[in-house]
Design a protein around this ligand. Structure first.
Ligand SMILES: Cc1cc2nc3c(=O)[nH]c(=O)nc-3n(C[C@H](O)[C@H](O)[C@H](O)COP(=O)(O)O)c2cc1C
Length: 356
């Protein structure tokens, strides 16, 4: 049972992990593996307020406290490396800089800021030299994660952010070796993997992909072909795992889209596979028994149930999640979801009562 990456937007000034985050991750240390919320590899990669980073000394120091607390509870934790690409706004960037992307194509929609929403802008298409700098940022962020005591890193290649923007031809119209056919569009992903693996052995590195996610206004004319190639290309790196996200929307009407992601792509990947998206304990058990995946990542269920493995083992009722407290805020809906056993949560000043 893996804890899926969950952005909670509760970091302190400077995007520094804080005490509240230490407690949140400590509470969930019984997961087979925790994958942290997405964490920015550089200033350029931010698109969400109060999301934590992994590019300053203060951030490394903050994360050290998180990893120590998780390890004291015998847990394991990977850091998710995040660059949002075009999904941001000059509001979040230095000196009014523009978001970066493979091509100057605006995302339909808006960007959330603390007091509302801003219209998206046309991003700046990265030059080859700028791409090299981004790869270097991934490399450095991986070294920082290692220094911060993580057990490994997960490259966020899913959900419409920078790597996904390079992969899919709705967002990548480049004429150079990073654009064009699906092989070229996989080049950036491969270079990121190589940059990360030059900072840490491949068995400490995972990658997340979402072949059927439309999040972030994403489209590809043939995601089936593209992701088959991308996944086959990942075999050569012998990574810790490949993490695939199931679609949360119905894609069965869209040509060349895959409705059951792990089931379809399993045969193409030779290593460990994690599947995530809409699982409950029963469907998770079934997917593993059928050989569709090796591990299941739970997102919202782990968010609301710090002791999820124990609850599943005992067939105990599960707390329901509260969407209103997903992003930003304080301890409410964060570290106050109740445990089955009182002693685990007794120092938590439980104020919030879940509808079990
Ligand atoms: C509050 C929230 C924050 C999320 N943040 C991230 C994130 O930082 N990185 C990521 O790859 N996915 C993120 N996701 C997606 C989840 O990892 C997961 O794929 C999704 O919740 C579906 O799994 P579930 O049905 O078990 O919740 C987030 C989802 C939620 C609900």
């Amino acid at each position: 049972m893996v804890m899926a990456p969950l952005t909670r937007q509760r970091a302190s000034i400077g995007n520094v992990p804080n005490k509240m985050m230490v407690e949140y991750y400590r509470q969930r240390a019984s997961a087979g593996l925790i994958i942290s919320e997405g964490s920015q590899i550089s200033r350029q990669g931010y698109g969400y307020y109060d999301a934590p980073g992994i590019h300053t000394q203060e951030q490394i120091k903050g994360w050290k406290k998180v990893t120590r607390a998780v390890h004291r509870e015998n847990g394991r934790i990977f850091l998710q490396l995040w660059h949002v690409g075009r999904h941001t706004h000059p509001y979040y960037l230095h000196d009014g800089q523009f978001p970066v992307a493979p091509s100057a194509i605006k995302e339909k929609g808006h960007i959330r800021v603390p007091d509302g929403k801003l219209d998206t802008v046309v991003p700046h298409a990265l030059s080859r030299e700028e791409i090299r700098q981004v790869i270097e940022d991934y490399h450095q962020a991986t070294r920082n994660a290692k220094e911060a005591g993580f057990n490994g890193v997960e490259i966020h290649g899913a959900n419409g952010y920078l790597i996904d923007q390079f992969l899919q031809n709705g967002t990548n119209k480049r004429q150079d070796e990073y654009g064009g056919d699906y092989k070229n569009r996989c080049r950036f992903m491969r270079e990121v993997v190589e940059g990360v693996c030059s900072a840490w052995d491949a068995n400490h590195v995972g990658i997340r992909l979402s072949p059927s996610s439309l999040h972030g206004d994403m489209r590809d004319t043939n995601p089936r072909e593209l992701f088959t190639h991308a996944i086959k290309a990942l075999n050569q790196y012998e990574l810790a795992y490949l993490h695939l996200v199931e679609p949360l929307t119905n894609v069965s009407e869209l040509p060349n889209y895959v409705a059951e992601v792990a089931k379809y792509f399993r045969p193409f990947y030779h290593g460990t596979l994690i599947s995530c998206g809409n699982y409950d304990p029963e469907s998770a058990e079934k997917a593993i028994a059928e050989g569709i995946t090796d591990l299941i990542a739970f997102g919202r269920l782990f968010l609301a149930n710090p002791d999820l493995p124990e609850r599943v083992q005992k067939n105990a009722p599960l707390n329901e999640w509260d969407e209103n407290t997903f992003y930003g805020g304080n301890e409410k809906g964060y570290t106050d979801y109740p445990f089955l056993k009182k002693d685990k949560g007794e120092n938590l000043n439980i104020r919030y009562c879940c509808k079990t």
